[in-house]
Write a protein that binds this ligand. Sequence first.
Ligand code: MGD
Ligand code: MGD
Ligand code: SF4
Ligand code: MO
Length: 751
Amino acid sequence: MSADPEWHKTVCILCSANCGVEVRLDDREITRVRGNKAHVASEGYTCEKALRLNHYQNGMLRIQSPMRREPDGSYTEVDWDTAIREVAAGLKAVGDRHGQDKLMYYGGGGQGNHLVGVYGSGLRRALGITTRSNALAQEKTGEAYVEGRLTGAHTHGDFHHAEVSIFLGKNPWHSHGFDQARRVLKEINNDDDRSMIVIDPRRTETAELADFHLALKPGTDAFCIAALLATLVQEDLINRDWLSDNATGTERITEVLAAIDIADFSARAGLTEDEVRAAARRIASAESVSIYEDLGIEMAPNSTLVSYLQRLIWILMGSFNIAGGTTTHSGMAPLFNYSASGSEPAEPITGTMIISGLVACNEIPEMITSDHPDRIRGMFIESANPVHSLAESPRWRKAMRALDFSVVLDVAMTETACEASYVLPCSSQYEKAEATFFGASFPDNYFTVRAPIMEPLEGTLPEGEIHSRLLRELGLLDDDVLAALRTAAEAGLKDFGAALIEAMSANPGLAAIGPVVLYETLGATLPDGLQGAAPLWFSCQQLAMRHTAAVTAAGFEGIADEDLGDAVFEAMLASRDGIKITHHTYEQGWSMVKTPDGKVNAEIPELIDDLVALADQPTDYRTADFPFILSAGERRAFTANTIMRDSTWRKKDPDGALRLHSADADSLGVADGDKIRITTKGGSAVAPVEVNDSMQPGHVSIPNGMGLYAEADGDSEVVGVAPNELTTVDWKDKYAGTPWHKHVPAKLEAV
Ligand SMILES: Nc1nc2c(c(=O)[nH]1)N[C@H]1C(S)=C(S)[C@@H](COP(=O)(O)OP(=O)(O)OC[C@H]3O[C@@H](n4cnc5c(=O)[nH]c(N)nc54)[C@H](O)[C@@H]3O)O[C@H]1N2
Ligand SMILES: Nc1nc2c(c(=O)[nH]1)N[C@H]1C(S)=C(S)[C@@H](COP(=O)(O)OP(=O)(O)OC[C@H]3O[C@@H](n4cnc5c(=O)[nH]c(N)nc54)[C@H](O)[C@@H]3O)O[C@H]1N2
Ligand code: SF4
Ligand SMILES: [Mo]
């Protein structure tokens, strides 16, 4: 394509906020980036990272040919026809020899691309793959376990309006997590009527803006939140009227909280009773409270217990489905499938709970290398980099090599790709249609479909095309059926819908491969390179059926109910600024609560038992050998998981320094820029030092996303410390199996 003088609308793909941006191109280079003021959710907002998006598009080890690993371990380029034939044969061989249940699917999208996962779901159904996981099962499955029981629905805080916003192990200044985060944080800071409570051992950029910073000792959140809750109960600050109308199961938990020694629990968390009581009273005085938990508690001791306890704050205050409070929300596709019963199935090899259909990430290496007869023999991995991003990378490399067959779909020759039998090169997120399912705002929710802003890089294919070719090779596509559906699609969405229903009743197998069927038929008729977005047509029909009134109220008034799904689909395809998909009333938010009686269920017996036993739990996991606590994987100004492979995108601190308090620097005899050796049970690495008194003495951190391969052979020198060379699979939550990456005992030595 020739140089294009115009601005092109797309989004930033570096975090879940997915801010709308406009970019200028010089041939295939992204030369300028600015916020898109017309974007429905971000309204022109971006952070500094979006300006460097060209390092994603052009700065990494893009692969331009399918690769096959040869018996000597080297990779050779193969043409697409060969690759599709051999990958289909490889997947089939594992199934034929050992059964389809010995295949596992991992991934399905990162921070900007969830259509990958939609195609992946079709492949899983077509091949009968039932074992699956993704990054959610190393952070959010504890939360999903708890939410399944409390409400049966995903909930999200309304930080744009909350009178009190609580950030618990969450640093939105750098990690975002809701629209226009820094603007909102500054607004709260400037508003005398609103307050911010930050619960974080570090004096983060967010904590600097807070009214209350509970700088607890790392790993003691359960004690801190229990003391906050105990204050609400013991000072009789809870919303009894609301609870009696809207919640069940409050008796035992309030009884247990009434017996907690607030002074003792505060002290165990390294806090004074006064500061805990003051924060609790501020919460109790507010009209609305919203809480954001994130990795600081999800990857630390007692994580599932804390996910439960923090939700009791808004439950006991009755701050649910009101403006500024915690709410349910709509979505184009759910990120979780909840179990209201709490009787999650066990994964047969390791016995760990399968939550929301996902096996715990920490268990996957063992599921592969165990001598259990049902062990995993083959893996299909797309848009994820588990060898780098999951606990214990050395163990992952071994596990990958122990598989009979593995294939990785990625844009780059990643750490995971370097261990796979085959690698299939994908077009980047700026070279095809994409979208994410992160949107969780309420009462108005939004959705953005992106069109490609440049042609696919030579040699690459979008995932929809790869999945379609694989299914064709496996003999699962009937070209006559597809041709008839394509003709119907050319006549319009209504004809297409009718033809699809007819075709599905004649061929029940069609539903399983639905995403590819939509790609091949409706997709072929879509303009602007939007073919890959075709499966969203189905999501739009479901959205319109589930939330008819809310979709109508979102700007689709006057459209007959049966035409609503098509209207939403057309609107989202036509807009590069995102569209409003639902407008609910707060009362309607209750329709998404899926508990048996439709009320909030406050009682999770096994977690209440844990709360009772908490007083016997340790508050310090350091040992004589490992006298520091390492937070392995902090979000900083220039980190973006492993999406940015090119280390030159970081102008400052390219190596990702280990941060430590000046008192620790003095006792270790190190200063800024010196090298320090970090040793944990899992491994050892050397990083430069940054003396930083936002840390507590004894608590140190390294950033996430460092230490990526710079060359495809995996032998080149890496820049920065790859955090999971230092972590181990056994250091994890007892329910969800989620790793304690924020709380790794470590030793430090000056080098
Ligand atoms: N810049 C940037 N933004 C990102 C990402 C990125 O890579 N870079 N990744 C995105 C993703 S995938 C996610 S999941 C989110 C994660 O976003 P966050 O969870 O906000 O990110 P972290 O910095 O990993 O951890 C948050 C905080 O936990 C604190 N912490 C450490 N130990 C404890 C503890 O024991 N208790 C408490 N209460 N806090 C503790 C740390 O000091 C830190 O401030 O960020 C998203 N946004
Ligand atoms: N120690 C430690 N480990 C952590 C964390 C931590 O705090 N500490 N954080 C964890 C968290 S919260 C998360 S969410 C995970 C994230 O870890 P992963 O789930 O592995 O996600 P990403 O690093 O975002 O990697 C996404 C992959 O998608 C590829 N990609 C980009 N665009 C496309 C595309 O269009 N198509 C395809 N097929 N591929 C594409 C990228 O090259 C990359 O390999 O990391 C986790 N790992
Ligand atoms: S990194 Fe996140 S907050 Fe920053 S511009 Fe990109 S999507 Fe927006
Ligand atoms: Mo994450």
